[in-house]
Design a protein around this ligand. Structure first.
Ligand SMILES: *Cc1c(COP(=O)(O)O)cnc(C)c1O
Length: 804
């Protein structure tokens, strides 16, 4: 199976095709050609998994596990071939058979096991961990369906299942022998052990589910270090309670891993969601503990060997579950167990939006997980006692309690049970300690720290923008490809006219690539000679796609009413999925599509502007879209976007941030300088000051531009039905515009005008872009991971020479 030359690859490919499908290469279908290649690359990667594990077995060093309900991986073939350094070899080998590697790459569907930024962060982290040769594995659910596939029908979002497993998942390996039993329902039987004088807790009459792991290799770049993403799948157990309705049981089991919850901000389908959360952490902990005890006599040293990062509060029950394992399965006393457990976990917060902070009704957790619930109760009881002893403040105790008002606050459980709590950008962490978690910060300031997010420059620049990579390599040498901090060498060349021209040519090439992608997949035509102004991210009121489309509506009115109006031709690109139950968000999608249609059918308007809504926004779309864009729309209400990572993808590919002082935009603007980005609008503190006396109608009445744009939501300009967008209108005017769209509108118009001015001089514009690229090193997830290692995980880099 091994190949290091083109000839050995070709022979291996012929043989693998015969072994897999009983066919010659000429007889094989495209999918068979794809799967055969994936199988070979997987085998290659797994031999590196063996080398990595073998070494770790010997050293018995500390490992980090990233517990995340989401990993938004996207496609893996290109990434894995590139990281393994096999891309060119495989490409030319396949070409000898008349096979186009690009065509095989396009057969792979996205592994869309996540919603958006939080899941994509987890995926970027895996790439950086393996590349930096750090022992760090992912732990998640093997969903049968990824996040829904979005169709646009009659201008509206329609959701259909994302069948990512239809062709099978060629990257995974099933390990039935490593299955873990997970228990739901039943009750706790307490008995007295008279010999030890201890109470014995047993979870009885439970419904048992079998968690079967599927492992995917996570290939590092330019190293044999290969980690694992472990995905758990729920299957029927052999131990069914008597009288169980078999079909009902099977249905319940199948529901657990059925799909990604298409909502990262509100709380729906509560029971199944809680089952998912417990299922993957119980399975993950079960296998980690078992693995630990194969090499160590007890769990006493667990915290020296294992660190678990909780990606948001979804895996927070890990804290109670590890306590349960230590107390019930291994006979630890509470204090000893707690002293170990609270050194294992670290928690990352991803949002300050109150509706997205998980709170589960006590009754649900108690019914589903009676023993785990009783442990959460005990953690809460003891924590309340500690807070009261130190403060003698009953209000404070209630504010900080884990269980309050018959709900379990998952964030509080996470903070209390973790040794580290981090936000994901400087401003976000500041808001955590000043506001959301202020009481906790006062109580335990040493736990809190910031880890500004990052993205992997391999996927987001080197592999998806080969033209820019080549240009940069010519100018500053290849070192930045392996040590991304070297990208800053570009700074000395930003005034180089030839480089500026070459950069604009690369951007044009990437625009053509995007145009081709849009034409082939969605039959959309875009003018590559226009400004590409892009907002691509989940649809949410706080991200303010509405402000963006209102600005387009404002431009439309100007075109229609001002005879001498002119502006550089601009294509406004949108990509966004709305949670299926999020009515307002879906209306905004419809509005964007209706405005697009109206402009397409109006030759006068179409001369200046075009609106494109790209259906089914996902990682693969982002890979075409970010690097073809000129303007990066990052316009959330200040204080609401925790970090954003889309902003980093744009910046790294030479697009200018048109954004508010929010999330990582703050740090982007610090690094590139205010003159190299377009920052506008109210600051986070100004938003908070305005909140108490904000009257959106005043902005509507006092600014005729706003009035005209907002009125056209309800005067049939964009829809034959007058009440189609009444919800949006009411949100702005009647419900007082919670996200300050109207308050920031004037500044947003001005920012666009300034952008157009800058764009009118290609040399000025190219210089801006080059500065952005040069200053993007900080936003590499390699930097982020190094910060986590230094401050939180304390895991050791593996030597390349030890992996053979
Ligand atoms: C990067 C990315 C996101 C996150 O975008 P934000 O602008 O940070 O919200 C969401 N979805 C996909 C597919 C991405 O690639």
């Amino acid at each position: 199976m091994f190949f290091d030359t083109k000839e050995s690859f070709k022979n291996a490919y012929i043989e693998a095709m015969q072994n897999n499908f009983g066919k010659s290469i000429e007889q094989a279908t495209d999918v068979e050609k794809f799967l055969t290649l994936v199988g070979m690359i997987k085998a290659h990667a797994n031999s590196n998994v063996y080398k990595t594990n073998n070494y770790l077995q010997k050293t018995s060093q500390k490992k980090m596990y990233y517990f995340s309900l989401e990993f938004l991986l996207g496609r893996l073939l290109t990434n894995n071939l590139m990281n393994l350094g096999l891309y060119k070899l495989v490409q030319s080998g396949l070409a000898d058979f008349g096979i186009d590697l690009n065509k095989l790459e396009d057969i792979e569907g996205d592994a869309g096991l996540g919603n958006g930024g939080l899941g994509r962060l987890a995926a970027c982290f895996l790439d950086s961990l393996a590349t930096l040769r750090l022992p760090g594995n992912g732990n998640t659910i093997r969903y049968q369906y990824g996040l829904f596939k979005q169709l646009i029908v009659n201008n509206e979002q329609v959701e259909v299942p994302d069948q990512w497993l239809r062709n099978g998942n060629g990257w995974e390996t099933r390990h039935p022998d490593e299955a873990v039993k997970v228990k739901f329902y039943g009750h706790v039987k307490v008995t007295m052990n008279y010999e030890t004088g201890r109470l014995n807790f047993e979870h009885v009459d439970a419904q048992e589910v079998l968690a079967v792991p599927y492992d995917m290799p996570v290939v590092g770049a330019n190293t044999n270090c290969t980690n694992i993403l472990r995905m758990w799948s729920a299957e029927a157990s052999d131990n069914l309670p008597a009288n169980q309705d078999f079909i009902k049981y099977l249905n319940e089991v199948n529901q657990i891993c059925l799909n990604v919850y298409p909502d990262d901000s509100t709380v729906e389908g509560k029971y199944i969601r809680i089952k998912q959360e417990y299922f993957f952490i119980a399975a993950g902990l079960g296998s980690i503990v078992k693995n630990h005890l194969q090499k160590n006599p007890s769990l006493d040293n667990l915290a020296d060997k294992v660190c678990i990062q909780l990606n948001d509060t979804h895996p927070a029950m890990s804290i109670a579950e590890l306590m349960r394992i230590m107390l019930d399965d291994y006979g630890y006393e509470w204090d000893k167990a707690w002293s170990i457990v609270s050194k294992v976990f670290a928690y990352t917060n991803h949002t300050v939006m109150s509706e997205a902070l998980e709170k589960w009704p006590v009754e649900y957790i108690r019914t589903l997980l009676p023993r785990v619930y009783s442990i959460i109760e005990e953690i809460d009881r003891r924590f309340r006692e500690t807070v009261f002893e130190k403060s003698h403040d009953r209000d404070l105790v209630e504010r900080m309690a884990i269980i309050h008002d018959n709900q379990v606050r998952m964030a509080h459980l996470s903070i209390v049970g973790s040794f580290s709590v981090n936000g994901v950008a400087k401003l976000h962490t500041q808001i955590l300690v000043d506001d959301l978690f202020r009481d906790f910060f006062n109580f335990m300031p040493e736990k809190f720290n910031n880890k500004t997010n990052g993205i992997t420059q391999r996927r987001w620049l080197l592999y998806s923008n080969p033209e820019l990579t080549e240009l940069l390599t010519k100018k500053i040498g290849p070192e930045f490809q392996t040590d991304f901090s070297q990208i800053e060498k570009l700074l000395q060349f930003v005034d180089d006219k030839k480089l500026q021209k070459d950069f604009m040519k690369v951007k044009y090439t990437r625009k053509l690539e995007l145009c081709r992608f849009l034409k082939d997949n969605y039959n959309i035509d875009v003018d590559p000679n226009s400004i590409f102004d892009t907002q691509a991210k989940r649809l949410h009121a706080y991200k303010r796609q509405l402000m963006n489309i209102l600005h387009v509506i404002y431009l439309y009115h100007r075109i229609k009413t001002e005879p001498n109006f002119t502006m550089p031709k601009t294509t406004f690109l949108f990509g966004a999925k709305a949670a299926p139950a999020y009515v307002l968000a879906k209306k905004i999608i419809k509005l964007i599509n209706c405005v697009a249609q109206k402009i397409d059918n109006d030759p006068q308007a179409a001369k200046f502007i075009k609106v494109v809504f790209i259906p089914n926004y996902r990682v693969t779309v982002a890979e075409y879209l970010m690097n073809a864009s000129d303007v990066s729309e990052q316009i959330s209400t200040a204080g609401k976007e925790a970090s954003g990572t889309g902003n980093m993808k744009f910046m790294m590919n030479g697009a200018i941030t048109l954004g508010t002082m929010d999330g990582a935009n703050v740090e982007i603007s610090e690094r590139v300088g205010m003159e190299n980005c377009e920052i506008f609008g109210l600051r986070a503190n100004e938003i908070e000051d305005l909140r108490s006396h904000y009257v959106s109608v005043d902005y509507y009445k006092n600014d005729p531009r706003i009035m005209q744009a907002v009125n056209s939501l309800i005067d049939r300009t964009f829809s034959p039905e007058a009440d189609d967008f009444i919800d949006i209108y009411n949100d702005l005017i009647i419900r007082n515009d919670e996200y300050f769209v109207l308050a920031d509108f004037a500044a947003y118009v001005k920012a666009h005008e300034h952008i157009n001015e800058l764009y009118s001089d290609p040399s000025v514009w190219a210089r801006l872009c080059l500065v952005n690229i040069a200053k993007s090193a900080y936003f590499s997830s390699d930097r982020t991971i190094k910060d986590y290692v230094k401050d939180i995980w304390h895991i050791k880099q593996i030597d390349n020479s030890d992996l053979h």
